[in-house]
Write a protein that binds this ligand. Structure first.
Ligand SMILES: N[C@@H](CCC(=O)N[C@@H](CS)C(=O)NCC(=O)O)C(=O)O
Length: 244
């Protein structure tokens, strides 16, 4: 059995606040691979091989980083999602994945750590129960990372423009197709779905949410995938196992 390690349920409808955890969960669901979830909260740092979530446990091994996890799952369970893709599809998927995971992610981090609603304050599965000093330390550390990346110094207009450009690009590529690369799901949908689902369901005011919501095809795409793959046990609560 594959065990997906995550922070834990949060914000009402989120199985985990991590987009990369939701990406792997989406892959497991789309590829029909049975899995269980383990919610580690802040204790993740004690066991996560690369100091981040997600990682999976399988056959006595721990595999970390969402892309390495998908490569491992393809090797172990077969490649049911991507074997139909052409070299051009693979190139487009790769470019979109990098844009989303290495640019949209930073825009999301900026929004979450600067949001006046303080979504990470007392977050179940993450900072629940942390005192003010611990929360302030986390916030300062994550704001520092955003500033080092560059996105932390952007003005609200600059942030909005950067997010708009990315959402416009995804919406244009998707067009009226069912999935990002055509009528069948591929592993690249797991990234796009995970990030867009979290953007559209953000429990704080968000320029990215405004931008994604303005594209009817992106909203329909998320609804379609959610209905098809997440209607049963949407937060994977029934799959939850306790910590060892
Ligand atoms: N490249 C990694 C990124 C994973 C990642 O950034 N995870 C974040 C949550 S979204 C994390 O664990 N952050 C905790 C930390 O950096 O301390 C992947 O694809 O899995």
């Amino acid at each position: 059995m594959v065990i997906l390690n995550r922070f834990g349920p949060a914000w009402g409808s989120f199985g985990c606040v991590s987009q990369f955890v939701l990406k792997i969960e989406t892959y497991l669901r789309m590829a029909s691979i049975e899995f269980q979830t383990r919610s580690l909260g802040l204790e993740f740092a004690e066991t996560a091989p690369k100091g981040k979530l997600p990682y999976i446990d399988h056959n006595g091994k721990k595999i970390a980083d969402s892309s390495f996890i998908i490569e491992y799952l393809k090797r172990h369970f077969g490649d049911s999602l991507d074997s139909h893709l052409t070299p051009i599809d693979l190139a487009i998927g790769h470019a979109v994945q990098r844009m989303v995971e290495d640019h949209v992610w930073w825009l999301m981090a900026q929004e979450r750590w600067w949001a006046p609603e303080n979504p990470y304050w007392d977050t179940p599965g993450l900072l629940e129960g942390a005192d003010q000093a611990t929360y302030d330390e986390f916030q300062a550390e994550n704001q520092r990372k955003c500033t080092e990346h560059g996105v932390g110094a952007f003005s609200p207009d600059e942030l909005r423009a950067r997010g708009n450009a990315d959402m416009d690009a995804i919406a244009a590529l998707l067009g009226d197709q069912t999935y990002l690369l055509g009528q069948q799901p591929s592993s690249f949908d797991t990234t796009v779905y995970a990030f867009l689902w979290q953007i559209l369901n953000a429990p704080y005011k968000s320029a990215l949410k405004d931008s994604a919501s303005s594209h009817g095809n992106l909203v329909d795409y998320i609804r379609r995938i959610e209905q098809k793959f997440f209607s049963h046990d949407p937060m994977s609560l029934a799959r939850q196992i306790s910590n060892p």
